[in-house]
Write a new protein. Structure first.
Length: 316
């Protein structure tokens, strides 16, 4: 026998559903993007890694500074939390200004740079640029050339910006390389499909067999990364900003959810895509809270590989 709900039961259920939806919306718009901050740890077993080279790397992506969603006190909170992790090295993956759709008041990039200048790591703090660093600079768009304001601001406080460049560093007597490429879509808002990235020239500057950590902004470039690179680090996607049950409905990548978020292994090569901190287009994050990525590379057998089981293994 079919028993239909009473009008009161129906209205009560409808009200509860609306409350859940409303509560989820309030959380996604007002809590997760503004107040949550997590540390996501990875300890992958990497190819071409030097035995005994133990490295702790903090990766920071997609700040998108601007009010109300990423004010300077939020940046200071991220800086303090990063320093408390005591990383050997800090890498910043681009997109420092916020876009106009999520900005009620711009925050000067010079002020942002003064706050992130407090980041501390024995091996240094290094950065690359993202698409919004180019899209935000109207003069650079007019001349189709840099340097952009974000680069000038970071370099003025002593944070090098790597654009198609590589640098050899040494930890405990063991060398490794960091490399950073230019942005792939700096002029796309004008419909000009010309990138600033030169991956072959960047890797040509690597002059020995030491492992390479490669910084890219948009993860699509991973398709072209050669086997020589031990680990590629990317941002740009924000993990989709909405991510439920391991799926992100909207991803700015040709590979969609393959390159949306997290640890990706393709043909034996490794990439980690950070969910970043900020928001773009719409001011919402749900299921992918703002994160500091912490890499524990070259640890002991018990530590190494703890997250590799959760890596996304791609067949093509």
């Amino acid at each position: 026998m079919l028993i239909l709900p009473s009008r009161r039961q129906f209205l009560t259920g409808l009200g509860a559903t609306a409350a859940v939806i409303g509560g989820t919306g309030a959380y996604a718009f007002g809590i997760e993007p503004l107040y949550r901050l997590v540390v996501t740890r990875y300890a992958p077993v990497l190819p071409h890694w030097t035995p005994g080279l133990s490295l702790r790397v903090a990766v920071l992506a997609d700040f998108h500074v601007g009010e109300p969603y990423m004010p300077l006190d939020r940046i200071a909170e991220i800086v303090d939390a990063t320093n408390a992790l005591k990383p050997d090295l800090i890498l910043m993956l681009g997109d420092y200004p916020a876009g106009p759709s999520v900005t009620h008041r711009k925050v000067p990039l010079t002020a942002f740079a003064r706050v992130v200048a407090s980041l501390k790591a024995p091996l240094g703090v290094y950065s690359i640029l993202g698409n919004h660093d180019w899209w935000d600079d109207h003069e650079a768009q007019m001349r189709l050339a840099g340097p952009v304001a974000a680069r000038r601001a970071l370099e003025d406080v002593g944070i090098p910006v790597m654009e198609n460049d590589a640098l050899r560093l040494v930890k405990d007597g063991k060398p490794f390389w960091i490399a950073g490429v230019g942005d792939q879509i700096p002029f796309l808002i004008q419909g000009i499909d010309i990138g600033r990235d030169d991956l072959p020239d960047t890797l040509a500057k690597v002059t020995d067999a030491a492992p390479v950590l490669l910084m890219i902004h948009e993860p699509d470039l991973f398709l072209d990364v050669p086997e020589r690179v031990s680990l590629t680090l990317a941002g740009h996607t924000h993990g989709g900003q909405v991510r439920l049950f391991g799926y992100s409905p909207v991803i700015p990548s040709v590979r969609g959810n393959d390159f949306a978020y997290g640890h990706v292994v393709r043909k034996g090569q490794h990439m980690i895509v950070s969910g970043g901190f900020g928001v773009s287009r719409i001011p919402v994050r749900l299921g992918v809270p703002p994160e500091i990525v912490l890499l524990e590379l070259g640890g002991d057998a018990e530590t190494a590989g703890k997250t590799v089981e959760r890596a996304k293994i791609l067949r093509a």
